[in-house]
Design a protein around this ligand. Structure first.
Ligand code: CO8
Length: 257
C-alpha cells in the first residue's frame, strides 16, 4: 500500500511507519491524518504484525499540526468539521506501537508521539507545546497527556512558555522511556519492537489495555479491570503454553489464541 504523506514497510512482524513531508518538517495535515488512520488500521488488522514503530526524519518527527492548513479556519470550520478528531482512531489501535522521535516533536507532533504506547528519543529530540505562541493551545491531547507524563509544573512551564525540552530533560521527566544516539534510533526501536513482537500477542494487547486503564479509571476500578483481564487471559492457549514452557525450561511457542 502506498500513501501520499507516509512510507510504510514491514520488517518481519514489525510495521514501520515513517512520516514523509520533508518540505514541511512533517507537519500534520488532514492527508497525514487519513494516511495514518489507514496505516494503523492495516497494522492492527494484520495477524502477522505484532508491533509498530512510528518515526519521522532525522530533523523532525513532526513540527506540529500544519499551520498553513489551519491559518484560515475559524471556530465554525474547526467545530463544524470536528477538525483532526480522526486522530482518536490512531489511539484506538489495540496492538502496541512505539514512537521513535528524532529532531523536532512540537505541538501536534509532540501530541502524536504521546499517543504511542512507548516513546524512545534520539539525543537530538526536542519536544514542545509552542501553540501559545500562535495564540492557541494544544488541541490533540497535549494538555492532558503531557501533564499526566511529566506532572503539572513542567506541563504548565512547557505550555505557558512554549519552550522546547531536550531529550535528557524528557527522559528525566518520564516523557520518554529512553534516549539513544540519533544514528541508532531506528535500530533501538526495532530491537524493542522485535522483543514485543516475540511476546504472546493477546497478552500484549491485555497488558496495553491494563496500563491504559490507569488514565481512564480510579484505582479501585483499574485494579478490578486488571484482575479481570488477568483472569481472562488465563483462558488462552498461550497462557498454558507460557507457563508450561517456563516449567520445561524452553521458549514459548505462541499461537495468538
Ligand atoms: N506547519 C506548517 N509548516 C511548517 C510547520 C508547521 N507546523 N513547521 C515548519 N513548517 C514549514 C515552514 O513553514 C518551512 O516551509 P517553507 O520552506 O515553505 O517556508 C519549512 O517547514 C521548514 O521550516 P523552517 O524554515 O521554519 O525550519 P527551521 O529549521 O528554521 O525551524 C522549527 C524549525 C523551529 C520547527 C520551525 O519550523 C517552527 O517553529 N515550526 C512551527 C512549530 C509550531 O509552532 N508547531 C505547533 C503548530 S500548532 C499545533 O501543532 C496544534 C496542534 C493541535 C491541532 C488540533 C486541531 C483541532
Amino acid at each position: 500500500m502506498s500513501y501520499e504523506t507516509i512510507l510504510v514497510e514491514t520488517q518481519g512482524p514489525v510495521t514501520i511507519i515513517r512520516l514523509n513531508r520533508p518540505q514541511a518538517l512533517n507537519a500534520l495535515n488532514s492527508q497525514v491524518m487519513r494516511d495514518l488512520i489507514d496505516a494503523f488500521a492495516t497494522y492492527d488488522a494484520d495477524p502477522e504484525q505484532r508491533c509498530a514503530i512510528l518515526t519521522g526524519s532525522e530533523k523532525a518527527f513532526a513540527a506540529g499540526a500544519d499551520i498553513k492548513e489551519m491559518q484560515a479556519k475559524g471556530f465554525s470550520e474547526m467545530y463544524g468539521e470536528n477538525f483532526f478528531q480522526g486522530f482518536e482512531k490512531v489511539t484506538a489501535t489495540r496492538k502496541p506501537w512505539i514512537a521513535a522521535v528524532s529532531g523536532f516533536a512540537l505541538g501536534g507532533g509532540c501530541e502524536l508521539a504521546m499517543m504511542a504506547d512507548i516513546m524512545i528519543a534520539a539525543d537530538s529530540a526536542r519536544f514542545g507545546q509552542p501553540e501559545i505562541k500562535l495564540g492557541v493551545l494544544p488541541g490533540m491531547g497535549g494538555s492532558q497527556r503531557l501533564t499526566r507524563a511529566v506532572g503539572k509544573s513542567k506541563a504548565m512551564d512547557m505550555c505557558l512558555t512554549g519552550r522546547m525540552m531536550d531529550a535528557a530533560e524528557a527522559e528525566r521527566g518520564g516523557l520518554v522511556s529512553k534516549v539513544v544516539p540519533a544514528a541508532e534510533l531506528l535500530d533501538e526501536a526495532l530491537k524493542m519492537a522485535q522483543a514485543i513482537a516475540g511476546m504472546p500477542p493477546l497478552a500484549a494487547i491485555a497488558n496495553k489495555e491494563a496500563v491504559n486503564a490507569t488514565f481512564e479509571t480510579g484505582l479501585a476500578m483499574g485494579l478490578l479491570f486488571e484482575r479481570r483481564l488477568f483472569n481472562g487471559v488465563c483462558a488462552t492457549e498461550d497462557k498454558s503454553e507460557g507457563m508450561t514452557a517456563f516449567v520445561e525450561k524452553r521458549p514459548g511457542n505462541w499461537k495468538g489464541r
